[in-house]
Design a protein around this ligand. Structure first.
Ligand SMILES: NC(=O)c1ccc[n+]([C@@H]2O[C@H](COP(=O)([O-])OP(=O)(O)OC[C@H]3O[C@@H](n4cnc5c(N)ncnc54)[C@H](OP(=O)(O)O)[C@@H]3O)[C@@H](O)[C@H]2O)c1
Length: 240
């Protein structure tokens, strides 16, 4: 059995990929879950060639059965779970009068519902890690849009605000069992998700995926009584 193990969703690119690198370098075996199998396979091969212990599971976070399969495969491979990173997410902009039900449902299910289901499915392993070392960590990817609603990204903002609220509730519910939850709330990060904005905000003016991943390294090193409910990452010209 691995000494420390983690699941990262949305692990095949951007912030999730950077977080897997940090977890791997801190001695964690990592199950990487994301949607497109080819892209995931390439990411897993790259990280394996860097010497990290990683296993890929292609899964759609909109599907409950896929989420159960990710957790079951992780358990089979690594037998324990010390860190869960609910990172997969999608943002689809639309004016309020033109929100399509299909896109509304997709954002609710990938950004919010999947996080709830992952907690439920992982709880037994997280409780075991919490009982062992009082430092089981769950990291939930919110956004600065979860702290201040964004026009035309209203559904995305609502899902990310939901993540902040759910994280707070999980700390109150599970904190005494050694399970600590943190919501990460970044402004623009230079990933594929922000390609649409790079005409107005150049990539070099955006936060780096590694900035977010280094926060995860910090969270791993906090002592058991230290709970960090949320971290906000903003750009110099974007005070909250
Ligand atoms: N970039 C930013 O400015 C920013 C700011 C605040 C918060 N965030 C949040 O950070 C998280 C990661 O985003 P990113 O910027 O790193 O973007 P990214 O590079 O596009 O990564 C998104 C990841 O999520 C996966 N994913 C998307 N839909 C999925 C689904 N239905 N099922 C399974 N996996 C799915 C993608 O896999 P596929 O490519 O195979 O779909 C990919 O691995 C998201 O939750 C996002 O909302 C991003």
């Amino acid at each position: 059995m691995a000494e420390r193990a983690a699941i990262v969703t949305g692990a095949s690119s951007g912030i999730g990929l950077a977080i897997v690198r940090v977890l791997g370098s801190e001695g964690h075996a990592v199950t990487m879950a994301s949607r497109r199998p080819d892209k995931l396979r390439e990411a897993v091969a790259r990280l394996s060639s860097e010497g990290l212990e990683v296993h890929g599971v292609a899964a759609n976070m909109s599907e409950e059965a896929d989420i159960k399969r990710v957790v079951a495969e992780h358990h089979e491979h690594y037998g324990r779970l010390d860190v869960l990173v609910n990172n997969a997410g999608v943002g689809i902009g639309a004016p309020a009068g033109e929100i399509e039900t299909k896109r509304l449902d997709m954002q609710l299910s990938v950004n919010l519902r999947a996080t709830v289901l992952f907690y439920r499915e992982c709880l037994e392993m997280l409780r075991a890690a919490g009982a062992e070392h009082s430092n089981a960590i769950v990291i939930n990817m919110s956004s600065i849009s979860g702290k201040r609603g964004q026009p035309w990204l209203s559904v995305y903002s609502a899902t990310k605000a939901g993540i902040v609220g759910f994280t707070e509730a999980m700390n109150k519910e599970l904190g005494s069992q050694g399970i600590k939850s943190t919501a990460l709330c970044p402004a623009f990060v230079d990933t594929a998700m922000t390609d649409f904005a790079k005409e107005h905000v150049p990539a070099e003016k955006m936060i780096r995926p590694e900035d977010i991943a280094e926060a995860v390294r910090y969270l791993l090193k906090t002592s058991p009584p230290c709970v960090v409910p949320e971290i906000i990452f903003q750009r110099p010209d974007e005070a909250l």
